[in-house]
Design a protein around this ligand. Structure first.
Ligand code: ARG
Ligand code: MN
Ligand code: MN
Ligand code: MN
Length: 299
């Protein structure tokens, strides 16, 4: 496999500074060596250029930093499309989760029936009408199936990027009222912490793979992993931590099973904020999980 790393030093999708340093923190934690040791080839494509923004929420749209985010996600989408078109595996490093709008815009154009695994404490399915914060990092999944401000749903000139029935959310434990409605309306598959506790991560991933592969017959699957999906005791360096999360071991099992199923065709690791972290713990976890996702085994 040739893996192309794309850094996205974006912090405009929320209101805590520092998550723009996520790509540096993850590189510092040794992501390139970790993947190369597994026998893969890595090309580091560097970082996407992010413009300035003043951090205010526009009162007419309820969106914070819309212009800077649409510009950056257009650029990211083009870059992701380009590396995927060259036959490489796009590995995007955030940055806040708003960047998923760009990643999916670049990925989905090449596929008829893309699947998405959204590993997160949150559903990220708010729209400008339902968002309690105006923060676009709470909206990328809704935007990906055509809900929300037209500027966000239409990155790279098409919409939707993914069918709602091709989405699997894993780890949810903080969902807003408007998100709950969208989940119900579209029958989106959610393995919340309740299901993870009850079924165990092994069954959750087995079912997810079966669902996306056999039932939905997806032709590619994107993994969008928000580090806040994992319990903050393991990943404290995130802007919106929620207690009661997925464990370190469960997360490794999930990544190992996804590798064994040979199902993931692109991935992003987001919301690493080294300013809020303890040493570089959260980036270290991201790199360890990336190792498992690309085939690291004990023996
Ligand atoms: N639901 C909240 C909001 O819309 C929090 C979203 C957190 N999203 C994230 N990618 N960490 O503001
Ligand atoms: Mn989250
Ligand atoms: Mn709809
Ligand atoms: Mn998220």
């Amino acid at each position: 496999l040739t893996i192309s790393i794309i850094g996205v030093p974006m912090d405009h999708g929320q209101n805590r500074r520092g998550v723009d340093m996520g790509p540096s923190a993850i590189r510092y934690a040794g992501v390139v060596d970790r993947i190369e040791e597994l026998g893969h080839t890595v090309t580091d494509e560097g970082d996407i250029q992010i413009g300035q923004a003043d951090g205010s929420v526009d009162t007419s749209t309820n969106l914070r930093n819309l212009k800077a985010i649409t510009e950056a996600t257009e650029t990211l989408g083009d870059k992701v499309f380009e590396v995927a078109q060259a036959g490489n595996f796009p590995l995007v490093l955030g940055g806040d989760h708003s960047i998923a709008i760009g990643t999916l815009a670049g990925i989905s154009e090449r596929h008829e029936n893309l699947g998405v695994i959204w590993y997160d404490a949150h559903a990220d399915m708010n729209t400008s009408d339902t968002s309690p914060s105006g923060n676009i990092h709470g909206m990328p999944l809704a935007a990906s199936f055509g809900h929300g401000h037209e500027k966000l749903t239409n990155i790279r000139g098409y919409s939707p990027k993914v069918k709602p029935e091709n989405i699997v959310i894993i780890g949810a434990r903080s969902v807003d009222p408007g998100e709950r409605e969208l989940i119900k309306e579209h029958g989106i598959r959610v393995y919340s912490m309740h299901e993870i506790d009850k079924m165990g991560m092994h069954a959750v991933i087995e079912e997810s793979i079966q669902y996306l592969k056999e039932e939905r017959k997806t032709d590619a699957v994107h993994l969008s992993l928000d580090l806040d999906g994992i319990d903050p005791m393991y990943t404290p360096g995130v802007g919106t931590p929620v207690p009661g999360g997925i464990s370190y071991r469960e997360s490794h099992l999930a990544m190992e099973m996804l590798y064994d199923a040979d199902i993931i065709t692109s991935a992003e690791f987001v919301e690493v904020n080294p300013i809020l972290d303890e040493k570089n713990k959260t980036a270290d976890v991201a790199v360890a999980l990336i190792g498992s996702l690309f085939g690291e085994k004990l023996l």
